[in-house]
Design a protein around this ligand. Structure first.
Ligand SMILES: [Zn+2]
Length: 502
């Protein structure tokens, strides 16, 4: 919509997350920006187009602080997988994509986000063996096709699971070790040069699709690689997102390899700062959190993925108490199955209850709503553009149908959004003042066409990777055994009521 055109949303309820209230209100939009929020029936420019929101609740679009677009192809592939299993299987679940496949996978991810009330996402997109401008452009194009805002970071490394985890390569029996010895990463200089080209030649409006850097896991990246990412991020003023202390195996690896926590290792390399987001951060200690807060870093909390992969429960309350900005993410659909930010909010609220019995310290409704909107917007580096339904912010608005059974009866809209809503009440979605979804149907995007193309692409990719799959399945049990041995005491020790171990 060109600047200057007016739209007025009338007749709806408005969820005011900052004010912690829900009340009837009209919303005046000019171009892609909210101009005014006022009482029902407020004056508007005569030529303004009206959107009838009667029976709807208008809320700011949810913002996904951590996802992987390529994972859209990997739904339903893993069952009892830990993070290390997921990484072991990545060579066949995530590779062998053509440029068109990359665009398709991003379209699937973006379509699911919209259908589930999310209007922006930070996507760390699989770019192995090396990142490329074409690859990231294809992913960015997929988001732009659907209309979802995105920050896209190439997911990259110059090592891999088998070389990064102490002793793992030696733990693979000789008969099958060649399966993993053949996995080679690209020398970091090539990836750095590719990133420079990506950042230099970025083809999108950064308010719509912005670039970032994603050196995936600290110990999968050499120190010079990480230092180069730090410098590139500063030169081009972009974010850096990394998986940080996600599993206990990773936390133990940090101590074994660097003699310090992974967060401290990154800080010593100069990476921790306002541009930096740590995804997961299940295994941070108090000093890590204090240091990251002091440096202005942020965290993408992925409670669903952390449960699904058995990684543990991130100390979200402690992070907030230390003053860290915490956003909420779903992670990719290969690791946590869907892109449902309503579910992610509920998981965030629920897992906070098993960390402490002091219920004042549990995450409440308004807090998780704020984390999944304003908090995640800061993670994306878009805190002054999105994450808030207020004058001056982009008109990214989700309309929930209050006749949906999740809101029957309507007692407390905010509480029911977090605790009852499963995305089935998402009726319409506006992004930048433009309706992307109306009456649960895409306005411009050909979703039926996507279904046909995506199914065919997925079958071709998986059949092309069948041999790699067989090789990685042959080593899986040895990865399991080694990682279990590294972890020592399990995360939860179940005890009987008398105190004896179950
Ligand atoms: Zn991830």
């Amino acid at each position: 919509m060109p600047t200057g055109e007016h739209t007025i949303v009338r007749g709806g309820l408005l969820l005011d997350i900052q004010g912690r209230t829900t009340h009837p209100a009209d919303i005046l939009i000019e171009g892609d920006t909210v101009r005014e929020i006022g009482p029902p029936g407020m004056d508007g420019p005569g030529e303004a187009k009206t959107v009838d929101a009667t029976g709807k609740l208008a809320m700011t679009g949810l913002v996904n602080a951590h996802t992987h677009g390529h994972g859209a192809i990997g739904k339903g592939l893993g069952d009892k997988w830990s993070l290390e299993h997921l990484l072991n299987h990545a060579p066949w679940t995530s590779s062998g994509f053509t440029l068109e496949d990359k665009r398709l996978a991003a379209q699937i991810n973006a379509a699911e986000l919209v259908l589930k009330g999310c209007t922006a996402a930070y996507d760390m997109y699989f770019e192995f063996p090396r990142p490329s401008l074409e690859g990231l452009e294809a992913a960015g194009r997929g988001y732009a096709d659907v209309g979802v805002r995105a920050v896209i970071a190439p997911m990259m490394a110059d090592s891999n699971l088998f070389r990064a985890i102490p002793g793992l390569m030696d733990a693979i029996p000789e008969a099958v070790r060649p399966h993993v010895e053949r996995l080679r990463a690209t020398p970091y200089e090539e990836s750095v040069e590719a990133c420079r080209q990506i950042l230099h030649g970025w083809p999108f409006d950064r308010a719509q699709v912005a670039p970032a850097l994603g050196p995936t896991i600290p110990h999968h990246c050499s120190d010079p690689f990480l230092a180069a990412c730090r410098d590139l991020a500063a030169d081009y003023e972009v974010g850096v997102q990394m998986h940080l202390a996600e599993s206990k195996v990773q936390a133990v690896t940090g101590i074994k390899r660097y003699g310090k926590t992974l967060a401290r290792h990154l800080d010593d390399l100069g990476l921790i700062g306002p541009r930096f987001t740590g995804a997961h951060c299940v295994w941070l200690d108090e000093d890590d959190m204090k240091m990251m807060a002091d440096k202005g870093a942020s965290i993408a909390h992925n409670p669903g993925s952390n449960l699904r992969l058995g990684s543990g429960v991130a100390p979200a309350r402690a992070m907030l108490d230390h003053g860290l900005t915490v956003g909420i993410g779903t992670d990719g659909s290969a690791s946590s199955d869907n892109q449902n930010m309503f579910e992610a909010m509920r998981f965030a609220a629920f897992v906070s209850r098993i960390v402490t019995r002091r219920y004042d310290d549990w995450l409440g409704t308004w807090e998780v709503l704020r984390m999944a909107t304003e908090g995640s917007a800061v993670v994306l580096g878009m805190g002054d553009l999105i994450g808030c339904l207020a004058p001056g912010y982009k008109a990214d608005i989700v309309f929930l149908d209050l006749s949906n059974v999740n809101f029957l009866p309507l007692n407390d809209a905010a509480n029911q959004i977090v605790n009852c809503e499963d995305s089935s009440a998402v009726d319409s979605v506006m992004i930048g003042g433009r309706m992307v979804l109306a009456g649960r149907r895409f306005v411009d995007f050909d979703y039926d066409g996507l279904r046909t193309k995506a199914q065919a692409a997925c079958e071709r990719i998986l059949s092309g990777n069948a041999e790699v799959r067989a090789r990685m399945e042959a080593v899986e049990e040895f990865v399991s055994l080694h990682c279990i041995g590294m972890m020592g005491e399990p995360y939860h020790v179940h005890r009987r009521i008398d105190g004896g171990e179950a």
